[in-house]
Design a protein around this ligand. Sequence first.
Ligand SMILES: Cc1ncc(COP(=O)(O)O)c(C=O)c1O
Length: 389
Amino acid sequence: MNFDEIIDRVGTHSSKWDMMEPIYGVSPQDGIPMWVADMDFRPPQCVSDAVKAMHDHGVYGYFGDEGAYRAAIQWWMKERHGWTLDKDAIFTTHGLVNGTAMCLDAFTRPGDGVVLMTPVYHAFARVIKAAGRQVIECQLALEAGKYRMDFSAWDAQMTGNETLLILCSPHNPGGRVWTADELQGVADFARRHDLLLVSDEIHHDLVMPGHRHIPMANIGGVEDRLVMMTATTKTFNIAGSHTGNVIIPDPDLRTRFAARMAAMGLSANSFGLFMTEAAYSPEGAAWVDALVQYLDGNRQIFDDGVNAIPGVTSMPLESTYLAWVDFSGTGMAQDDIIDRVQSGARIAANHGPTFGKGGDSYLRFNIATPRARIVEAVQRLQAAFEDLQ
Ligand SMILES: Cc1ncc(COP(=O)(O)O)c(C=O)c1O
């Protein structure tokens, strides 16, 4: 594994590289894409070998017998997260945006309120609105530069029309690894307001040294209303395989979800299943450990560099490779900040307001790229805001 290797992704139908110019006006020839949440790294060799074995065999028929695939998921969750799960609780969706959409379809009705803790991953609100449900934005509080849950404010916001809550754990953006107390607070809040609780844990393997992710499934008293969502795709950089796991402990909820999967005719693609089985292995685990060390190094360089710009603050990342940077201290308007980042630094970063309430003065920067690019990005950002130094 060589995370320093520069791999040319231009012209590969990469969303991050090939869509940056149409969307942000930043050319991939001299720009740095720091938006879409995928990494500029190859997956571990065991995953590439699994794809190569499929290629070498050369027949791409229907997949049958998910026994080894489900066992690999069970092994990973037990080994890496201390979570024991029933193999029959696992559903495979077309990724977790699809998993979210399937939960809305199975467990809510048009017009229902769906609660988000904002700012949060933008696709949640997109699918909620597209499904004709209402987005209820419960804003996270900022305390000592970090997000904190504000249950008493949120209690006052509930009207009784809300039926489902989506938790992002660890949190994107903001990178919080929620503590056991915070997770217990979410479970209690869900019970108080009779909400189904969907816990999107797609970033659970990318946790910085010194922090430990706790699966919501290991928090007591919530299993009768809980849906867990996990995937190999963020962890191993295989998002193009569009494979995610919706894991439902409660048998009744499972039956309802299974009925909607059947009604939609959904089943998994064989590439995603083979890649998942290969990734959830000791070799995959060793690769993730090395990856996290590398990302932590990028994080330090990026944070030190941008925090040196007066008025700019990067939220301390406990997890994920997505740095959430607040420009409010510069006193500049969002358009001016965006112009300096896109036209001045030639960097494409996600705009904060798309993450909902609380995101206004922020940009989100993806730091999962070879270190040389992080060093270059920091230099460019410092130059773009040089007049503030
Ligand atoms: C919290 C969260 N959920 C889901 C996704 C996307 O999942 P998928 O690619 O499986 O649809 C992302 C991607 O960034 C994410 O951050």
